[in-house]
Design a protein around this ligand. Structure first.
Ligand code: PEP
Ligand code: MG
Length: 311
């Protein structure tokens, strides 16, 4: 016959687009809380209390903290993850910032400051619980710079005490930690056993401490492959111990890394308000299904970086 039909292979099914991902906002002020609501953020993945208070020029007393937090809780989209004050090093805030240190990023910041000033920490926790009682938003609290189980227990017990004092039932507010000190990778089973419910990857500090590389003067020479492997391990270890995984560091605000993180299994990304659209757009496109294997040793550091930038 003059015409032979050609066998055409059926088109390959499109790779799955991940649907159950939430994109939340990082905020540090009432204006940003309102903006996050306006832009349709699916909650707040990081409320930086130290930024909110720094705008006042000093740490407000307990009532002042309660008032400000209440307004933030009102304005922000829910659910909200609030981080307790992360001060010291690049985040000074009187009166908690103290004597000069030779190496402040490795010195007193975050939880280490609380352990020196437990009364100020307790006041801060009391303000968080009081603000929660006004509207009872869906709220989680996380603690910065946790590097030991003893750090975690110190924070958890202080928080439970603040809840008891205001007759708030244990469990009404979820508790978790920032995963930003590399040692945490080896502590996840113990954290889970001691009541920690989630981790939030603080990739800004995680990178700083992983590479011994100042976050304020980064040279751009740190290995993306090492970072990818560290994150892969953190995510799979957290999954193994039923800890929910959030990512609130700036890596989540990079479209390539955001797609990579989702490919690894992260389902909750939190980004600056100004990055919500870019990241939502990046995540609306199909993802390759083999991302989990990219850092398994077959690709060189250079090839991995190139592949990542094409993702
Ligand atoms: C981080 O360390 O990645 C983080 C989100 O917290 P901050 O940048 O406020 O230290
Ligand atoms: Mg940090």
């Amino acid at each position: 016959p003059p015409f032979e039909p050609v066998e055409v292979a059926p088109p390959a099914p499109p790779p799955p687009v991940v649907k159950d991902v939430t994109v939340q906002a990082n905020i540090g002020s009432i204006a940003e809380a309102a903006k996050a609501t306006q832009l349709g953020a699916q909650g707040i993945g990081l409320l930086r209390t130290e930024l909110a208070f720094a705008a006042e020029g000093r740490l407000p007393d307990m009532d002042g903290q309660t008032r400000l937090l209440t307004r933030l809780f009102q304005q922000a989209p829910k659910p909200i993850i609030i981080r307790t004050l992360d001060i010291g090093s690049d985040k000074p805030l009187l009166p908690w910032s103290m004597e000069k240190e030779t190496n402040p990023a490795l010195g007193r910041r975050g939880v280490r400051v609380y352990r020196q000033h437990p009364e100020l920490f307790y006041e801060h926790l009391t303000a968080i619980v009081s603000a929660w009682r006004h509207h009872q938003p869906s709220l989680s609290v996380m603690f910065p710079m946790i590097a030991s189980i003893s750090d975690w227990l110190f924070c958890r017990l202080a928080f439970e005490k603040a809840c008891r004092a205001q007759h708030v039932p244990a469990g009404a507010i979820e508790l978790g930690v920032m995963a930003e000190v590399p040692a945490l990778l080896w502590l996840l089973p113990d954290l889970h056993r001691e009541g920690c419910q989630f981790i939030s990857l603080g990739t800004n500090d995680l990178s700083q401490y992983l590479f011994a590389s100042d976050r304020t003067t980064s040279r751009g020479t740190d290995s993306p492959l090492a970072l990818a492997r560290a994150i892969t391990m953190l995510i799979s270890e957290a999954e193994r111990h039923s800890l929910t995984i959030h990512v609130c560091g700036n890596l989540a605000a990079d479209p390539h890394w955001a797609r990579y993180l989702v490919g690894l299994g992260a389902r909750h990304l939190s980004v600056p308000v100004s990055r919500l659209d870019v990241i939502r757009d990046a995540l609306s496109k199909p993802l390759p299904t083999d991302i989990g294997a990219w850092a398994d040793g077959r690709l060189s550091e250079r090839a991995f970086a190139q592949q990542l930038m094409q993702l």
